[in-house]
Design a protein around this ligand. Structure first.
Ligand code: TRP
Length: 357
């Protein structure tokens, strides 16, 4: 568990599907920025996973990959302290995916609730590629290649982390002689190659999109506020939130979508309590006013991100990003190759130690 920097590791990542939005921020990215000081952090660009549904869009996937790194850096991820990893340049991940695929049952993978949900909501049922369900197994390898203690993710990823834990236990029991009654936190001490990593769910498990609040915030549902949106767009999008309340003097129930935003983005708890109280009593507090305060709070959060992003949104900016990806991936390969060697040794596959050029 101790690393070259003497800190426990964490790993998490994003599939490049477009720009990051506020749901990503409150669900995971905010957490990552905070954890950088105390943990040796690996942040993975899951570009291989993007190909499982968009194999026909290589140029878009490349663009989305670069954009996501800009969002990370804008959000405060520091490439000097944390390691940015490009999945397709880490061969150990692809290899470990094969080995884990043989430790998980076909029915467990196909029944993974997140996969099942995606098949339904993305209209993929019956049409998806053979590689699509493989991404869930690949995600076990993404994580375990770095032997982290924690995986900070949004609520929707929990089934994947559970599957990863299952694969790690199975590996350690089968190839390292770890007894099956071992407590999760003791697997490495008991001789296992892999720790049993734990999910760290973000401050807000599920942020609704702008609208009536029934759907979660998502780019494809067109209800997202992006980290790179300008102040006017933020206000316009916040104005799309509907509560059904008619007038500022009508007593309102703050258990609504607008107040989910209040809770998520207005940091001053006293102010949140006051707004709720006045809303409940119908004390001359209109939705419009609350929306202005919410938009202002979001803009205060996003302003430093916009400033940092501007450094990369100019000619030559993409090259800087590619250099950052290369440097991080080089460091990541040192860790992942070490893990792969340990795993292959446990599997009696230590016929030669590979050195990546
Ligand atoms: N599946 C994750 C998502 O869609 C992205 C991801 C890929 C990931 N590999 C990972 C997250 C490993 C955490 C750990 O958001």
């Amino acid at each position: 568990m101790e690393t070259r920097k003497g800190k426990p590791r964490i790993l998490t990542g994003d599939t490049p599907t477009g720009r990051l939005h506020l749901g990503h921020w409150v669900g995971s990215v905010e957490r990552r920025v905070q954890l950088q000081g105390d943990y040796d952090c690996y942040f993975l660009l899951a570009n291989m996973h993007a190909f499982t549904t968009r194999a026909d869009q290589p140029a878009e996937i490349r663009r989305d990959t670069i954009e996501i790194v800009k969002d990370w850096l804008a959000a405060g991820i520091d490439p000097e302290r944390s390691t940015i990893v490009l999945q397709t340049e880490v061969p150990a991940i692809a290899e470990l995916t094969w080995y884990f695929a043989m430790l998980l049952s076909f029915n467990d993978v196909m029944g993974n609730p997140t996969l099942v949900h995606e098949l339904e909501t993305k209209g993929l049922a019956g049409k998806h590629s053979f590689g699509f369900p493989m991404y869930a197994v690949g995600q076990c390898a993404d994580i375990l290649a770095f032997r982290p203690v924690y995986v900070p993710v949004g609520e929707d990823q929990e089934p994947h982390i559970e599957m990863c834990r299952k694969a790690a236990r199975k590996f350690d029991q089968l190839y390292c002689g770890v007894p099956d009654r071992t407590r999760d936190e003791d697997y490495e001490k008991a001789g296992g190659v892999f720790p049993i990593p734990r999910a760290l769910i973000g401050r807000v498990g599920r942020l609704p999109g702008v609208g009536d609040g029934r759907q979660k915030m998502s780019k494809s549902l067109n209800n997202a506020i992006f980290l790179s949106d300008d102040p006017r767009d933020v206000q316009k999008k916040i104005n799309r939130i509907t509560t059904g309340r008619q007038s500022p003097t009508e007593p309102g129930d703050p258990d609504n979508v607008l107040f989910e935003f209040v809770e998520a983005f207005i940091a001053d708890e006293g102010r949140v309590a006051e707004l709720k109280d006045r809303y409940r009593r119908g004390d001359n507090l209109g939705d419009g006013h609350v929306k202005q305060e919410v938009a202002a709070a979001i803009n205060t959060l996003l302003e430093p991100m916009r400033a940092r992003r501007a450094q990369f949104d100019r000619p030559g900016g993409d090259d800087v990003i590619v250099d950052i990806i290369r440097a991080g991936t080089g460091r990541a390969n040192a860790t992942a190759e070490e893990t792969l060697y340990m795993a292959k040794k446990a599997m009696k596959l230590d016929f030669g130690r590979r050195v990546l050029g």
